[in-house]
Design a protein. Structure first.
Length: 320
């Protein structure tokens, strides 16, 4: 049996992209962004638990790794009952295929009817041993639920810490893992600004690329179209990462090649036929143009011969 490679962006699970889903998709693009600057890959989000301590998020517990990460999330809640700040660390490798480590820094902002935490998801370019050393530094200021004997235990054992101010907390985090630019970005709130920009881009692209099928190959193609449109807006992603393979790289593995540049018969052109990617057909001076790329199209054309977008009804608009 061929192992199923998880796609970076599995848009077929979203039938409606509500505010929570918009934030989730934007967060995946943030953490997997193709840049060497880790401060540009910080993902601010909120984590909520119900009154029984169950996280209000979808969790895949079908694998050992998924179960460990789920228990780690549960331990964030347990520690949040005592501590106002919690750190969770996940190393690369081991039982995972993660190429990078990851950390979540969480601050409790409410405990009525459950718990609400303000979080940052942050990639870590650190070895397993370096992450274990970081955990030891953090444990000087707090504790875990069950103790840490090996680096793999960190996937389950979040660390509750005590600090009077955010500045003291960030100084400790910098001492533990470095990355001064990350903590400065969080202090200034620039990570929140970038997340808002990402959410707006996701909303815009979602209107162009909406999944119509749950068939895996077609869903991967739709996700690839989403990636391309996000990259055009300056939000390109790495070919591989902790959130799964990029849809474009996965599509290449599935089909053998991807024709990205304009070919009419290439597999990439199918992306736009299988999704709901649309552009307006504009009329000017008796001629018709694609609103996406500006190329002239035939009056009866249903799709653009250059970019492949389906064309909607004619809009009369002067083109400069």
């Amino acid at each position: 049996m061929t192992e199923r490679v998880r796609a970076f962006l599995e848009l077929d699970k979203y039938r409606v992209l509500d505010a929570a889903a918009e934030s989730e998709v934007a967060g995946v693009f943030a953490e997997n962004r193709d840049t060497e600057q880790l401060e540009l890959r910080v993902n601010p989000y909120f984590l909520e638990f119900d009154c029984l301590g169950e996280p209000k998020l979808a969790a895949d517990r079908s694998t050992r790794l998924g179960e460990m990460e789920y228990q780690g999330t549960k331990n964030i809640y347990k520690l949040g009952l005592k501590y106002d700040r919690v750190v969770w660390l996940s190393p690369p490798g081991g039982i995972s295929s993660y190429e990078e480590g990851r950390m979540v820094v969480a601050k409790v902002i409410g405990r009525e009817g459950g718990m609400r935490l303000e979080c940052r998801g942050i990639p870590l370019r650190m070895s397993r041993e370096e992450i274990k050393k970081s955990a030891r530094i953090l444990l000087e200021f707090g504790e875990t639920q069950g103790g840490v004997k090996s680096v793999e235990d960190l996937r389950i054992e979040a660390i509750g810490v005590d600090f009077d101010t955010d500045d003291d907390w960030y100084l400790c985090l910098e001492d533990a893992v470095g990355m001064r630019g990350v903590w400065e970005a969080i202090r200034q709130g620039s990570d929140v600004v970038r997340k808002r920009e990402l959410v707006e881009a996701v909303k815009e692209v979602w209107q162009m690329v909406r999944p119509r099928t749950v068939e895996r190959e077609e869903a991967v193609m739709v996700g690839a179209a989403f990636e391309v449109e996000m990259a055009r807006r300056g939000f390109g992603i790495m070919a591989g990462g902790d959130h799964g393979a990029s849809n474009l790289s996965l599509l290449t593995r599935m089909t053998g090649r991807v024709d990205i540049v304009g070919g009419k018969t290439g597999i990439f052109s199918q992306i736009y036929r299988l999704s709901e990617v649309v552009a307006e057909k504009l009329e000017s001076g008796g001629k018709y143009y694609c609103s996406a790329c500006g190329v002239e199209v035939a009056g009866g054309a249903n799709s653009c011969p250059k970019c492949g977008f389906r064309l909607t009804e004619v809009k009369i608009k002067a083109l400069n």
